[in-house]
Design a protein around this ligand. Structure first.
Ligand code: AMO
Length: 434
């Protein structure tokens, strides 16, 4: 819009046109205030009933909350105004009126339940604290991209419609593809590996993954954002170093560039940067440690996956980000390589936040014969993956990588209770629209 001034940029002694939403109207009798809100803040517009044009005053007073308005006038210093300035209008235009019956209150005075908020995200994101989450999300993605580029990675985009799944058959969403069965991709796993073996060598992707998770939990989505990395000539330890760098870069960027947003979320004093090296516990150490907490009803034994309770107990005990390494081979997917000197143990690792798992990764099986064997052991038909396995015949370097749940990163960073708070339009068992 031509000549628009953001409310945060108005200067006393000048004329300005501001545009935004009616946040609140306070009618004090002879004088009334319309508080106009935009992306940057709020500004008080003064209406003096006996002094100003009658039609202008009426338009201002009649504009319902959340109506879009455009106001032009002189900016004056006014110590009693919330921001220290006010606008004395010469023109007041209602650009788009709002129905006085709002489904939720963007001023935040009346709390709304999460489903109501998700059904009305446009109004919900007029609340500064909700908006702050998505400003931070945007900053995290920016910082992650920049960090990947700084360490020599190339951004790739891989198909989301695929012929086969990779992360377990029960979690697949089938779709119809010109009469043939196809699926929504669960992970860019195989494609990113194929690109690690290409001339690109070090790649990353930030994109959607689809999981037909049956259960509705506060930390599962049916469509999530995965931050994926794959690097040629990397082993699992190198891959862990890379993810540690990415997570730290995200926290540092938020701390540096989002102080205002952190304040809106009440986190300015609690936002701790992860420091030092993340501890790396082996799976066996993790099991011993979690059993020793005495928090579990049933002790874990070698071969068990970590339950939600186990993750929580261990997370509380460790108290910072940590890796779990050396998982039993049998509970890791076919593409994860076993340790050379111990085939029962894999190079697979998870990165954990004290509250939950953020990342899975590992070194990959790059030897053609072993790879095909792994498919068979996992009950998968290697013929269906020929497009993938055949590239392992033409010079596939050792490589490693990982996938980081974008929403879980934001959720744990900001202490959000529900992963849906970190997604604009979440997909879960109950929610397919908006
Ligand atoms: P995995 O299945 O463990 O590994 O997924 C990696 C990370 O993605 C996030 N995530 C989810 N977040 C929200 N809702 C979900 N339903 C969901 N599913 C996964 C988690 C998880 O740690 N191909 C491997 C990665 C690799 O080895 O490179 C994979 O997909 O934070």
């Amino acid at each position: 819009m031509e000549n628009r001034t953001y409310t945060a940029d108005v200067e006393p002694g000048t004329s300005a046109t501001v545009a935004g939403w009616v946040h609140e109207t306070r009618d004090l009798g002879g004088i009334a205030f319309v508080i106009v809100r935009d992306k940057t803040g709020k500004l008080q517009v003064k209406l003096e009933k006996d002094e100003m044009d009658e039609e202008l005053v009426e338009t201002g007073l009649d504009a319902a909350r959340e109506s879009v308005v455009k106001v032009t006038g002189d900016v004056k210093e006014e110590p009693r105004a919330p921001t220290g300035f006010e606008l004395v209008p010469e023109s007041f235009e209602v650009v788009a009126p709002a129905d006085p019956q709002l489904p939720l209150d963007p001023s935040g005075k009346v709390d709304a339940e999460l489903p109501t908020r998700l059904d009305n995200r446009t109004l919900d994101l007029r609340k500064p604290d909700v908006k702050a989450v998505f400003e931070i999300r945007s900053e995290v993605l920016r910082a992650v991209r920049e960090h990947f580029r700084d360490v020599g990675c190339t951004e790739i985009n891989t198909p989301k419609i695929v012929a086969t799944g990779t992360e377990g058959g029960t979690e697949l969403f089938p779709i119809s593809y010109f009469g043939e069965e196809a699926f929504m991709n669960q992970s860019p796993q195989l494609f990113k590996q194929l690109m690690a073996g290409s001339g690109l060598e070090k790649v990353f992707e930030i994109g959607p993954i689809f999981r037909a998770e049956e259960h509705n939990t506060p930390r599962h989505l049916n469509e999530a954002t995965s931050i994926d990395f794959e690097g040629a000539f990397h082993d699992h330890n190198d891959a862990m170093d890379v993810v540690e760098g990415v997570v730290k870069a995200a926290y540092e960027a938020v701390s540096e560039n989002c102080q205002e947003e952190l304040e809106l979320l009440g986190l300015e004093d609690e936002f701790d940067l992860p420091e030092g090296d993340f501890p790396r516990l082996t799976y066996e150490e993790a099991i011993e440690r979690v059993n020793a907490t005495g928090e579990l009803d049933e002790m874990l034994v070698y071969g068990d996956d970590l339950s939600t309770e186990a993750e929580r107990a261990l997370g509380e005990d460790v108290g910072e980000h940590y890796f779990i390494t050396n998982w039993p081979s049998e509970i890791k997917p076919f593409y994860i390589k076993d340790l050379d000197d111990d085939p029962e143990t894999s190079t697979g690792f998870d990165l954990m936040h004290p509250r939950m798992e953020l990342v899975s990764g590992g070194q990959r099986e790059h030897r053609y014969d072993h790879l095909v064997e792994g498919f068979e052991q996992q009950g998968l038909n290697p013929d269906e993956f020929e497009y993938y396995t055949k590239m392992f015949k033409y010079g596939m370097p050792p490589h490693a990588g990982w996938g980081l749940g974008g929403e879980r990163l934001i959720m744990t960073m900001l202490g959000l209770d529900n992963i849906r708070e970190a997604v604009l339009f979440p997909r879960d068992r109950q929610r397919l629209s908006p």
